[in-house]
Design a protein around this ligand. Structure first.
Ligand code: PLP
Length: 281
């Protein structure tokens, strides 16, 4: 397995980051994840645009142009012979003596990339449907930044693991914000596709944007608004989206069945449309 670290492609065992890296000490960095299908990156330009924005929001200069990023990712995918899975990218504020304030402006950011093989299209969970639990959203107020500070999401996902389900939907003031690593959607009885509007309160999901563009093809009217846990439980269908799960039908929320307890036709249709789009490049 080959990983990319600061300009070099190295065997996994040889890629090491110093103890004084600010990513390690302060979670002072951001990340991005793109899917790979048929050996090709999915919707990668949008992921790189979000990476650039995340860096800008925390004052780290982007070490690469978008073209350079894509070339590096493509080379990493090729070197690993990856047909299907994920590319993970992380940039931190670099290595410097520990101090809360930023290091000198010429400190080089640390850039790490690795791949993970994973079945993303023919995922059996999408056939069965995922179960979710709800947990309180205890995160900070800039959730639009794809920060590597993920402790709240780690705890949320572990609560899901402990409950034997696939994802945790985080809830604030009675409304679902998003999943621990996904965007939450419901479909109402009158064919409305409902998801929370973008703000600093949630991550602007790249898969979310793609699914909203595909909604009309599934005869759905998009409604960007908050929805409550009660509304989600009573919805016709529910699903979540992410680069690694595409469109994942939700069949149970906190132990109660959604619809008839099986993946619904509209979620399935959106999943098929998304995979078609991803394969078409
Ligand atoms: N929301 C959160 C909190 C996430 O961590 C993720 C992905 O990791 C998403 C939403 C989905 O974003 P995307 O579709 O860009 O993968």
């Amino acid at each position: 397995r080959i990983v990319y670290l600061n300009g070099a492609f190295l065997p996994f065992e040889e890629a090491k980051v110093p103890v004084m890296d600010r990513g390690f000490l302060f979670a002072d960095g951001i990340y991005e994840v793109s899917a790979v299908l048929d050996g090709r990156l999915v919707d990668n330009a949008a992921h790189l645009a979000r990476l650039d924005r995340s860096l800008g929001e925390i004052g780290i200069r982007n070490p690469h142009s978008l073209d350079e990023w894509e070339r590096l990712e493509t080379e990493l995918v090729a070197r690993n012979g990856l047909a299907e899975g994920l590319v993970y990218m992380q940039v931190t504020r670099g290595v410097y003596e520990r101090d809360f304030g930023f290091p000198p402006a010429d400190t080089a950011p640390t850039v790490v990339m690795f791949t993970q093989a994973k079945t993303v299209a023919a995922n059996p969970l999408a056939e069965r449907g995922a179960k979710v639990i709800t947990v309180e959203d205890i995160r900070w107020k800039r959730r639009d930044i794809k920060s590597v500070a993920l402790l709240a999401q780690v705890l949320a996902k572990q609560a899901a693991v402990a409950a034997g389900v696939s994802e945790a939907w985080m809830v604030e003031d009675g409304a679902v914000t998003e999943g621990s690593s996904s965007t939450a959607f419901i479909v109402t009885q009158d064919r409305r596709l409902v998801t929370r509007p973008l703000s600093t309160a949630l991550l602007p999901g790249i898969t979310r944007a793609a699914v909203l563009r595909l909604a009309a093809e599934a005869d759905l009217v998009v409604e960007e608004r908050l929805f409550s846990v009660e509304e989600a439980r009573a919805a016709q269908e529910a699903f979540y989206t992410s680069a690694s799960s595409f469109v994942m039908p939700v069949v149970e929320i906190d132990g109660a069945a959604v619809g008839d307890g099986r993946p619904g036709p509209l979620g399935r249709r959106l999943r098929a449309l998304y995979i078609e789009m991803a394969r078409a490049g």
